[in-house]
Design a binder for this molecule. Sequence first.
Ligand code: IMP
Length: 179
Amino acid sequence: MGIIKLQDKRFESYISKDRIQERIKVLAEELKKDIGDDKPLFLGILNGSFIFASDLIRQCDFPLNISFVKVASYLGTKSSGSVSQLIGLNESILGKTVVVVEDIVDTGKTIEKIDALLKNSGAKRIVYVTLLFKPDAYSKNIPIDYKAFDIPNEFVVGYGLDYNGWGRNTDCIYKIVEE
Ligand code: IMP
């Protein structure tokens, strides 16, 4: 806790380890009531969600599978524009309840790409879970089913989230000190 420095920026403690873990227990209980009988497939979105997803599934007291995937975007042909792909999704999700686990939903562009890739895959249901949600930045219509914390439009790091690749390895969340 306190202040940390990552490259040229300083960050101050924002959400403690205990508050994160308390919210994860509540989310796991809610998920159990909602999809605990469905044998869901959790899909952790890399890189940012690896810590949250691993803490969340250990609190989920029901049978589940987990895979980690990465959203890759590249420029396709002129007519197709930017094309997205889920790297690492090697199993069929036909008929399954899929729980997409994100670290943070900001504008919603990433969730929109994931939704477009998954919705024609024959999944029975797609559930979105995020650790952090920025309501003032979100501009999409896809409902985010479970959010651990709503936060203002400020840049945060820690607990999986990074600044230029740094700061993922903390057990609490920090927010930027504007200077
Ligand atoms: P979106 O597509 O705009 O919703 O943004 C999602 C991605 O932007 C996240 O998966 C993060 O990689 C990154 N991002 C957005 N806000 C933050 C932040 O405050 N800290 C660290 N990464 C962020």
